[in-house]
Design a protein around this ligand. Sequence first.
Ligand SMILES: Nc1ncnc2c1ncn2[C@@H]1O[C@H](COP(=O)(O)OP(=O)(O)OP(=O)(O)O)[C@@H](O)[C@H]1O
Ligand SMILES: [Mg+2]
Length: 340
Amino acid sequence: MRMSDWKDRMNVLLKRKGWDIKDWSRATGLNQWQLESLMEMDLSEMDEESLESIYEQAKIAKLDKCLLRFDSPIMIAVWAHKGGMGKSTVVTNLSYELSQRGYNVLAVDTDSQSDMSSVLFPDYLEQPDISFYNAFLGQEDFKEEGYIMHTEYTGIDVVAGSAECEALEGALCMLSDKIRNKMWKKCLRSVREENYYDFIIVDMDKTAGVMNKTIFGEADYVLAPIESSMFGIKAVPPTLAQIEEMGETNPKLKLLGFLFNKVDLRKKAAMADNSTLVEQIAPEYTFKTFIKNDANVDNSQKEHMPIGYYNSRSPASRQMAEFTDEAIERIRKDQKERRE
Ligand SMILES: Nc1ncnc2c1ncn2[C@@H]1O[C@H](COP(=O)(O)OP(=O)(O)OP(=O)(O)O)[C@@H](O)[C@H]1O
Ligand SMILES: [Mg+2]
């Protein structure tokens, strides 16, 4: 078989199935980047049998039509105007659950505490210069300049945080709005063009300063974890106000919802009251699923693992999975409405 024939046959097969390379990758589980380079490279050195088996695999593979497809990655900013409510925990575990459903996720750590990086990419301290801080201040392309780290979890890559991120707020204050507004665009240029990642999930600190405003300026959704407590509820109005304010510069930004986290089941009545209260302040924005206070969360983080990997049968893991399905459904509905 001539190698150019293989590419022609492959192209005919893809056309017949109505697939692009992303569909081919999703249907077969083969890496999209590897398939792309396969279709571009000179195949004369390749073993015929391997190529034939790739072809045969594609021939019988079926595409899961339930997986959402976007024109470019959906960016979710995980933020609430209060610390310790579970932002890093949600970024870690939502990324994992999305990857388990077949999505490619880029988790970006903009927080100087780097909690998410320490779980999903524990080696991040070994390469301190390859961090979000350097990429962002240098306005470097995450993909082309090598800032994207592959984790041990299929489908999850990370741009790691570093303690230096603390200095970003001060550094950004010295720059004009015009420059600040272009920084994410430059960092995400290849990632958006390639459309390999389905989701970009951003871990943030609790502040509403210029750094976080640059994230809101590019994001599609804000996801806000809150605690079922008086102080937790107090974070709801400022979170809504921030999204409304950002709407002027980024009209596509929307609240994905409030997720109750660390719920103490011994305080069921308080949970019901708080949930009703949030519903009144922000109708239809409370997720039905809540995440229980579960010691497995902290234990999984000690072991540097997402909870679904550490103990998939733990209550918080099951609820994270349920919440992920609810969030996906919300995104599906919203994206459909936006297209209409
Ligand atoms: N559902 C849960 N059950 C038990 N503990 C939890 C749960 N969710 C989060 N935690 C714990 O609460 C603490 C705070 O969570 P996390 O670091 O995710 O919050 P954060 O909002 O990112 O905090 P910060 O504002 O400091 O960045 C962590 O020790 C974490 O292990
Ligand atoms: Mg955090």
